[in-house]
Design a protein around this ligand. Sequence first.
Ligand SMILES: [Mn+2]
Length: 360
Amino acid sequence: MKMIIRWFSGGDDSVTLKQIRQIPGVSGVATMISDIPVGEVWPLERLKALRSEIQEVGLELEVIESVNIHEDIKKGLPSRDRYIDNYCATIRNLSEVGIKCLCYNFMPVMDWARSNLAYLLQDGSAAMAYDHDIVSNMNPALIAKEMLSNSKGYTLPGWEPDRLKLMSADIEFYQSMSSDQYFENLKVFLDAVIPVAERYDVKMAIHPDDPPFSLYGLPKLINNAENIHKFLKLNSSPYNGLTFCTGSLGADIHNDIPAMAKEFASQGRIHFAHLRNIKHSQEKVFTESAHLSTCGDLDMYEVVKALHHNGFDEYIRPDHGRMIWDEQARPGYGLYDRALGANYLLGLWEAIDKNYGGQI
Ligand SMILES: [Mn+2]
């Protein structure tokens, strides 16, 4: 298992590689190049430069999060073929610089949504929060405006201005698409890309929908065990796997997160784990919380144990952190709370490993 941290390249992060290097037990970063237009091939030279920048401080670059998928692929338009070819070419280039795992998502229009990017918690820290009624009743353009105006000047992955211009029309387009059709569009993508991922040894790890509830009538695919079964069957290669994001899936209180970790890890289909905790006040109302089991609804010990006991030996990262100690950073991606989270998770892993090491 390798503990890594998400980091945003190109000066788009308040956290430095040097700081990440000093978090005990962290071996590398998951990152992306955000200025390449979605759908274009990631140039090898850019990737080599990125790798050098990261390796120079003693960290590894083995995970990319994310290479976004062009909307034409998700929509199943005839123009998708060119974008699928480009995606395959990007995978080849990623492999060339040593990438082992590619996190991506297939969410229509928007990658994720929150009603508040800096909700004040009782201890004075701030965390991202979600209230389904508030988000559902807001015009999507208004949400976009709110999110971008509260992002402290950093880009918000999945909320790129180019994408937002088309948002209303895109939402209308997807409202008439059934989930089955959307799954079919995903299958076309997988059947083209997974053989390339196999050949170049890059494991594909789809990220769940965040939140896992349907918003504005948009189709949802990766939001519960039943749909994940369906997804894994679309293409049975082990290279067609998951980013197991406990905070995203855990937002639906009906999801049994340790049971899902156990099932999908035992099948060798979890390639990347995003481990974070959330706290609900109502069924579809929650705040993100510190990583500890005692701070949220999820039993992180059971989640880590389920991964450990079922052969998971890939990448883990702490996920969104709170803003603590007066830190100013991109929402969810400050240094301090994620460093605490990483070390809490490493502590769980060590204890579980020493207790049960040879007995599983
Ligand atoms: Mn995640």
